[in-house]
Design a protein around this ligand. Sequence first.
Ligand code: PMP
Ligand code: GLU
Length: 403
Amino acid sequence: MDNNTQQLSRRVQNLAVSATLAMSQKSAELKASGVDVINLSVGEPDFNTPDHIKAAARRAIDDNFSFYSPVPGFMSLRKAVADKLSRENALSFAPEQIVVGNGAKQALCNVVLTLVNPGDEVVIPVPAWVSYTEMVKLAEGTPVLVSAGIDSDFKITPEQLEAAITPATRAIIICSPSNPTGSVYSRDELQALVAVLARHPRVIVIADEIYEHINFTGSFTSLGSFPEIADRTVIINGVSKAYAMTGWRIGYCAAPLWLAKGVTKLQGQYTSGASSIAQKAAEAAYTGPQDCVAEMCAAFRRRRDLVVKLASAIPGLKVNRPEGAFYLFPEVSAYMGTTAPDGSVIATSGDLAMYLLREAHVATVDGAAFSAPGYIRLSYATSDEAIREALARIADALARLRK
Ligand code: PMP
Ligand code: GLU
């Protein structure tokens, strides 16, 4: 901590640095210094944005979409999102219930800041994406973590959910397909969780469906499709993952009207409407041809098979078979307490991730960042060749650890 850190607000002092972004940054710095690093840390598709979407952005520039956009987004985009939700998920949201933000990340943070009062509890099944707990902390709420390990395919049970809900519970954040585990709740599993939530009408259900289309089960059930909770379910989604548009920064929430209005008020004070050009590109993504989505999903599925096969063959790594997203979340506790060739001790999964970066030049993310110490996350959104090379390097480096 440098001397000035104490001048920061307690809000920011208490915030964890985003480990996914930090590890990716570290890996980029090493690469720039000439080290041949394979980056399996940040989770983003390695594909380029499809051409028809890029063309729409160029047109938007030429057509002078260069002015402030409405705070909740262009009506044409909100209509395109409402149509998407109707067409793909059989959900009926009016465009007025949709608020577009700078990525699903802001959409989610908006919802949390709009809903949560100091002391309110937000239930978060973990392992969970790094930012959920921090967003709840920003709102001065209390994250209530409900843990599911690899033996239950990282899925919580209805009993666990019931036990976590108290009179102070304001919301639950559910992510399926999941970052960081790739697990996908089936319709029946969701139905069982919904039966619990139906008994707690005060709890707002926040469904992070950003990995909807990177799903190898052949079917996707939106949490918004259960009538028991539909009027208090908020859908979070966006174009980053389905259309390979992480840098364009467009996501949205689809929410009850009262909440969408609150989110718009908040966004109007601190970021305004999202980039006008990126919104026009997102509109083209939702209204244009959809083959690119299935093609990218097929590539991720092939890579899933590859990474599972290679990781399963490494002694001491315990892996499941992820059904979606592009992450593998192996349990690595067999390596805790080992010693590296340079004499350093691997006491935690964080030590192991740093060892892999140092020795194997492979960037991964410590499971602790996802509230699951004892695991590491590998993002396999990269070429087959890079996956093969990375897993071979990991196998070699792990073989050099001594008990
Ligand atoms: N939710 C989850 C689970 C994610 O993995 C991500 C990717 N960082 C996001 C939300 C945010 O995505 P974006 O802001 O790029 O739309
Ligand atoms: N979703 C990605 C990840 O988990 C992007 C980085 C981030 O926003 O956390 O790596």
